[in-house]
Ligand binder design. Structure first.
Ligand code: NAD
Length: 317
């Protein structure tokens, strides 16, 4: 598995990252043996980057990921573990200094770790961004100084949040950003932001190459927030691939891996089979390239919904 540098962190992360939200049962129940086997397989095929959050499955994803990593007996310095703070299932959003400071201790206890490699403020568009600038990031910097997190990140859907925050915090305060659903076949809007992020020395993680299930044969879960127009276009694209005996999932995975300025592509996985399929897609990309003909056909189907997204967050002052 190809490793890529993550901004200026000095971390080398696998191009395919393991999104652990499915381990919180958010896409359906995952038996513990299945979860352990998926993480074991991921490690065996060279995936070293794992992403979770207290929000996923109301803390279940963190506990299960911690159990799976312990069960795999992997040396701590061989994996890069990211978790998040500020978003919780019961409590909603709380980016106060007190809450995020307590949050990292809770996460470390659930993960069974002494430190995480990255601590993100999770979906920051759900608070006034000035709170992130003036309160949350300073609190995260103290957590970094304490050694409980090695690097600091911010995540969220609207791309405008990143420039707002990065323009207002001292240089070097934010090490990485995690953007989702903005670098895939149907939405490539993250690309426009890459030169700015590079100028700030910030590492780039993209998530949801399958658009949270839109670009799969099974389609998205019920809670998927996309407008119906986008859902039906993605359904049509998936059907087109399957009629040709091809996989939209493989094409989507490969597409997101093609930009080397993006260090890692987090895909949610809940079984060894999914790990193997997604890693095989990455290996095939590096040896044979993407199926250009199929890509052009799918891009044409998705053209009417290109970069169509959905609202997320609160009105900013
Ligand atoms: P995704 O696009 O990765 O899609 C995941 C879905 O696709 C799941 O249902 C999964 O089971 C399925 N899938 C994966 N591989 C498959 C395969 N080979 N065959 C068939 N189905 C397959 O969306 P995601 O899980 O939301 O995103 C990936 C990860 O990125 C998350 O787990 C999370 O760690 C992270 N993420 C973070 C944020 C944030 O911080 N705001 C937002 C979205 C995602």
């Amino acid at each position: 598995m190809e490793l890529r540098e993550l901004g200026g962190t000095g971390l080398s992360v696998s191009a395919v990252g393991f999104g652990a939200s499915p381990l919180g049962n958010v896409f359906g129940d995952v038996p513990r043996d299945t979860a352990r086997a998926a993480v074991r397989r991921a490690l065996d095929v060279g995936i070293n980057f794992f992403d979770t959050s207290p929000y996923y499955g109301d803390t279940v994803s963190e506990s299960v990921l911690g159990d799976c990593l312990r069960h795999a007996a992997v040396p701590r310095d061989r994996v890069v573990v990211a978790t998040k703070c500020g978003r919780y299932k019961d409590e909603g959003f709380d980016f106060s200094a007190a809450r995020v400071t307590r949050s990292i201790d809770e996460s470390l206890a659930r993960l069974g770790l002494d430190y995480v490699d990255i601590l993100h403020a999770h979906d920051i568009e759900f608070t006034q961004l000035d709170q992130i600038v003036n309160e949350t990031i300073p609190a995260l910097k103290k957590i970094k100084e304490s050694g409980k997190a090695r690097f600091i990140g911010i995540t969220g859907l609207p791309l405008s949040i990143y420039q707002y925050v990065l323009d207002r915090v001292p240089p070097g305060s934010v090490d990485v950003i995690l953007s989702y659903c903005h670098f895939g076949i149907n939405d490539t809007s993250l690309v426009d932001l890459l030169p700015y992020l590079k100028s700030k020395g910030v590492g780039v993680i993209t998530a949801s190459p399958l658009a949270m299930g839109l670009l799969t044969d099974n389609g998205p879960p019920d809670w998927h927030p996309a407008p119906e127009q986008l859902k039906s276009a993605c359904r049509a694209a998936a059907e087109h691939c399957s009629k040709k005996g091809k996989s939209i999932r493989k094409l989507a995975m490969q597409y997101s891996l093609m930009n080397n300025e993006i260090s890692t592509v987090l895909v949610g996985m809940n079984s060894s089979k999914q790990v193997e399929e997604n890693v095989a897609a990455a290996l095939e990309l590096s040896t044979s390239g993407i199926d250009e003909e199929l890509l052009h056909e799918v891009e044409a189907i998705l053209e009417p919904v290109k970069n169509l997204t959905w609202p997320s967050g609160i009105q900013q002052a």
